[in-house]
Design a protein around this ligand. Structure first.
Ligand code: EPZ
Length: 426
């Protein structure tokens, strides 16, 4: 499959954001702690969710997609403590089953996880957290295991506020004896969502959303229904799409509070944004060019690394020069090589990119190198002159629920083409 995008000028209309990938995946994994079936709503229909469902089924849990879009997860049948190697290397979020399995069964062994190619992604902080709770950690030949007869609450200071480590330690500590305190915890909204879910199961966690999270261990957890928060990165992608292509869109199912860093930067570039209670309206006059603006990505509430590529696509068409510092994943600039094929002027030096805006980009043949980099190429193609063909769209389908279809709702000319059929016909 490839995407064929014809630069078609301003976008307009209404689009609804799906549930947050990075909350859904963690909550699905955390369901392993439940004492019965959990009915999860707002789970996006994306490849990564299918992968997580596969991981859970491989462990012996039920993970059933319902006709109404809900997912039922019932962990009562779990009888294997080693997640499928084939699935773990496909998706980094698979590592999130470690905390729940360790907490509940006292053992887990997994392959080191894979995921988007955006630079080194160690798991040392996850493992240090498990060790602090009393687990014995073994790492050999690309595998890691954690074992404990009983976990005990501990004080854990994270060297960096890692999202995944915060979540994994939170789940591991739920059933530990006594109190766990995670300091320098990540503050992302997805962590608050996971805390809320776990507390609905009967856990006793306070402080998510701040840098100190306190978990009082409980004996066992029950079951619950839960709806995950909207995807702030998907919403940010649509907001940036309007910045790139111009026009006006009402983006529904969005929490504006989660978008403050992006909203402030987009306003700086000349984009108009109205914040509603559960939506934003984004407007950009297609006749004027965006102003250049610098960003430095940081953990929440700083500018999100997951919207850095899309913002660079916008800046590549701005008037002036922008300095982009990638402060979370220093090698997350692979997609800029593709962007320059469209005529963008971007030079990368380590964790810094300098973007000199140009008046127009031109369509060409590109390959999406990763999820958000792929989204950035789509946005650039919406505003480019001519036709762009993008391969590697499985990266994009991993994390966006039908991004091409939703952009079509805003008037974009974008279609999926089955290249195998095209070749056979030719
Ligand atoms: C989560 O990744 C997200 N993934 C990423 O989204 C997101 O970019 C990232 O958080 C930052 O917001 C999921 O939620 C599935 P981290 P995660 O641990 O948890 C270093 C997307 O496009 N670190 O917060 O893996 C690490 O190298 C994806 O949707 C350690 O040094 O990110 C990085 O520099 C991509 N040791 C920094 O911390 C560790 O043990 C932040 O990583 C763990 C992390």
């Amino acid at each position: 499959m490839i995407l064929k995008i014809t630069g078609s000028g301003p976008l307009s209309g209404r689009v609804t954001v799906s549930g947050a990938k990075n909350a859904a995946l963690k909550i699905m994994a955390a369901s392993l702690l439940a004492g019965g079936p959990c009915r999860l709503t707002g789970i996006p229909q994306i490849a990564d969710v299918n992968t997580m469902a596969g991981v859970l089924r491989g462990l012996g849990a039920v993970a059933d997609f319902q006709q109404d879009g809900c997912v039922i997860i019932d962990p009562r049948g779990v009888n294997r403590l080693e997640p499928s190697e084939e699935l773990v290397i496909r998706m980094r979020a698979s590592i999130q089953v470690m905390g729940p399995l360790l907490a509940r069964f006292g053992y887990v062994k997994t392959r080191q996880p894979g995921g988007c190619n955006i630079g080194p992604r160690p798991i040392d902080l996850h493992l240090k957290g498990f060790a602090a709770l009393g687990a014995e950690i073994k790492e050999e030949c690309g595998y890691v295991s954690a074992k404990a007869s009983a976990l005990k609450g501990a004080e854990i200071l994270l060297d960096v506020p890692s999202v995944g480590a915060t979540e994994n330690i939170m789940t591991a500590a739920c059933l530990a004896e006594g109190t766990t305190v995670i300091r320098n915890a990540a503050r992302e909204p997805e962590i608050i969502d996971e805390q809320n879910f776990l507390n609905r199961l009967g856990a006793n966690i306070k402080g998510a959303g701040t840098d100190t999270i306190k978990i009082e261990g409980v004996k066992e957890l029950g079951a619950t229904d839960y709806t995950v928060i909207p995807d702030r990165i998907e919403a940010g992608t649509f907001m940036t799409a309007i910045a790139v292509a111009g026009g006006e869109a009402r983006i529904e199912n969005t929490i504006p509070e989660h978008q403050q860093a992006l909203i402030s930067k987009l306003r700086e570039t000349g984009v108009e944004i109205i914040e509603g209670d559960t939506y934003v309206i984004v407007r950009r006059c297609p006749k004027t060019r965006l102003r250049a603006s610098n960003i430095r990505t940081m953990p929440y509430p700083g500018f999100p690394t997951d919207v850095q590529p899309q913002f660079v696509a916008a800046m590549s068409l701005s008037e002036g020069t922008s300095e982009i510092i990638e402060g979370v994943f220093p090698l997350r600039f692979k997609y800029t090589e593709e962007l320059t094929k469209m005529g963008a002027k971007v030079t990368v030096d380590g964790k810094q990119a300098i973007v000199t805006g140009v008046p127009t980009l031109h369509g060409t043949t590109l390959e999406a190198p990763d999820l958000r980099g792929g989204a950035a190429l789509i946005l650039a193609a919406l505003a480019a002159e001519g036709v762009t063909e993008i391969s590697g769209i499985d990266h994009i389908d991993r994390g966006y629920e039908d991004l091409p279809g939703k952009l079509s709702l805003l008037g974009a000319s974008i279609e999926r083409i089955d290249v195998t059929k095209k070749r056979q016909a030719g």
